[in-house]
Design a protein around this ligand. Structure first.
Ligand code: IDP
Length: 162
């Protein structure tokens, strides 16, 4: 596959996160990215784009046929989004924890959805839910040259490596 994660150190994962159009329209891009940055996850890909219908249908393929599928594709296509890839220990699980539960009204304070959103229909953000979906989504949204591996100096204060 295009993005084999075997080159990553043991326990280090990459996850795909997307700030949906409501996050962009509400001016929350900076504060949402900050939460991941402050947690210590490392940005290895970042772009601002208007996702095509075709891309979104593939991205949400597992929901095809559900009643919310068409409105969902329309919502995420209604304006530009911010797509990113974040790397770190347990990045997929950690990313989901920071994001919170699908329904923001049930998502605890301290989570992105719990603090900043009210309803499932406009829940601000997407994050991969498994290593399979992370791999699939990163390959779908990013080209190989758009991902940048780099050494983050502060990792020595965040990661126990020995
Ligand atoms: P997740 O984003 O928390 O992983 P999923 O179940 O994968 O949640 O659903 C994908 C997206 O579809 C949700 O983030 C939300 O925008 C939308 N969605 C899910 N369930 C519903 C629903 O019951 N009504 C409306 N939209 C929904």
């Amino acid at each position: 596959t295009k993005f084999d994660s075997s080159h990553l150190p043991e326990g280090i994962e990459r996850t795909f996160v997307m700030i949906k159009p409501d996050g962009v329209q509400r001016g929350l891009v900076g504060s949402i990215i900050s939460r991941f940055e402050q947690k210590g996850l490392k940005l290895v890909g970042l772009k601002f784009m208007h996702a095509s219908e075709c891309l979104l249908r593939q991205h949400y393929a597992e929901h095809e046929g559900r009643p919310f599928f068409e409105p969902l594709v329309k919502y995420v296509q209604s304006g530009p989004v911010v797509a990113m890839v974040l790397e770190g220990p347990d990045a997929i699980k950690v990313g989901r924890l920071l994001i919170g539960t699908t329904d923001p009204s049930k998502s605890p304070p301290g989570t992105i959805r719990g603090d900043l959103a009210l309803q499932t229909r406009k829940n601000l953000i997407h994050g991969s839910d498994s290593s399979e979906s992370a791999q699939r989504e990163i390959e779908l949204w990013f080209g190989q040259r758009e991902l940048v591996g780099w050494e983050k100096d502060s990792d020595k204060w965040l990661l126990e490596r020995e």
